[in-house]
Ligand binder design. Structure first.
Ligand code: NAD
Ligand code: DAU
Length: 347
């Protein structure tokens, strides 16, 4: 167990989870990685094609809400670490259908925590094992034109998605305080990079621009997000998993605030497409105005800083999509087409 620690990754077939598995397989060749994913519309095993035969990797199709399955996995594999990415992750979908966000994001997290509580009951396991919850800066709500989210910022989620993530964070905290299991929570800002599902701003704009389709910009396009290249997030999670102090929350962010319209215009310029494709559409309900992360805690305590500059990261990401048009076409299947037409034809 100590020589070959078992790392259970949930939601590893999604955007960040698959990048994380790629990162961890390369970084920790002695680790055995189990990827538990129910393969919702957002889960895609194509993201992991080149490692599926790696002897240190195992995929299990299953739902984190299935407590019997989770207990079986814990009994059989005895994971030392759990990193929980599995979630419904899209704010717009949480506005249309909040229920599934409660199930996966809250109940699923509680089911995983319960398995940790039972399997890591000894003092030794409480000290050496860890549950890491991959949370989000959206739990803090929205900022005005100035200021940053710190770990002490009160939680004030505004969307059903962020409310469900905040509730999950509270369960993680409670299981640490009540049962003594070792936990950390990371709260990261917006990620971008390869394998990003094209319902989210950056891959949606790239995908539509490549097809000369309208580029939907919500409201006035002046909402601000703090963008971080996905591999920098993966490195932060690895660091917190191994060196984070028990029970602590760590904010992760890029110090890279951009208005949405800036991002859209930059992508158009890189792809040599006209700005006439931009279409301002009705705003998202409860649309948070600005996110910006103060990441000084993770920098001062663990030495983490972003390494990929936005200009470089976004160019690499655009090139990745240009070189993976097959991947893009395949994920834009029936479910995607139906979702997309519901989202945008009504506007
Ligand atoms: P994603 O939607 O791309 O991937 C989610 C994955 O979870 C998919 O593979 C899906 O099949 C799986 N999944 C969903 N429900 C499941 C269930 N009940 N059981 C098992 N697997 C299930 O999401 P993402 O963008 O990669 O985000 C991953 C995590 O990181 C989420 O928890 C999200 O809240 C958090 N996060 C995301 C960002 C971001 O910018 N994308 C930023 C900060 C935090
Ligand atoms: O901040 C972290 C969060 O970032 C994560 O917790 C979420 O899982 C992730 O989806 C992301 O949430 P956002 O809502 O910020 O990301 P999204 O890509 O959906 O939207 C980014 C911004 O772009 C937001 O202000 C809404 C806007 N937007 C989005 C889409 C999809 C548009 O203007 N047009 C669009 O078509």
């Amino acid at each position: 167990q100590n020589q070959h620690p078992i790392l259970l990754v949930t939601g590893g077939a999604g955007f960040i989870g698959s990048n994380f598995i790629h990162y961890m397989i390369a970084k920790h060749p002695s680790y055995k990685i189990i990827n538990l994913d129910s393969l919702t519309y957002a889960g895609n095993l194509d993201n992991l094609r080149n490692i599926e035969t790696n002897k240190n990797y195992l995929f299990i199709k299953g739902n984190i809400c299935d407590s019997t399955l989770i207990q079986t996995i814990f009994n059989e594999y005895n994971p030392k670490y759990v990193v929980n990415f599995a979630a419904e992750s899209h704010v717009d979908r949480s506005i249309t259908n909040p229920q599934i966000f409660l199930e996966t994001n809250i109940e699923g997290t509680q089911v995983l925590l319960d398995a940790c509580r039972h399997h890591w009951a000894t003092v030794e396991r409480k000290l050496t094992s860890k549950f890491l919850q991959v949370s989000t800066d959206e739990v803090y709500g929205t900022l005005g034109p100035t200021g940053y989210f710190t770990e002490a910022t009160p939680l004030a989620p505004n969307s059903p998605y962020s409310a469900s993530k905040a509730a999950a964070d509270m369960f993680v905290r409670a299981y640490h305080e009540t049962f003594g299991i070792n936990v950390n929570i990371t709260r990261c800002s917006n990620n971008y990079g390869p394998y990003h599902f094209p319902e989210k701003l950056i891959p949606l704009i790239i995908s539509n621009a490549l097809e000369d389709k309208d580029l939907p910009v919500y409201g006035d396009g002046m909402n601000i997000r703090d963008w971080l290249y996905v591999e920098d997030h993966c490195r932060a999670i690895d660091l917190v998993l191994h060196e984070g102090k028990p029970g602590e929350v760590y904010n992760v962010g890029g110090h890279n605030e951009k208005a949405n319209i800036e991002i859209v215009k930059l992508i158009l310029k890189e792809l040599n497409k006209p700005e006439t494709l931009i279409k301002y559409v009705a705003d998202r309900l409860g649309h948070d105005k600005r996110y910006a992360i103060d990441a000084s805690k993770i920098k001062n305590e663990l030495g983490w800083e972003p390494t990929v500059m936005f200009d470089e990261g976004i160019r690499y990401t655009i090139r990745w999509y240009l070189e993976h048009t097959g991947w893009l076409e395949k994920v834009k299947n029936g479910e995607y087409t139906e979702y997309y037409s519901k989202m945008y034809t009504k506007r």
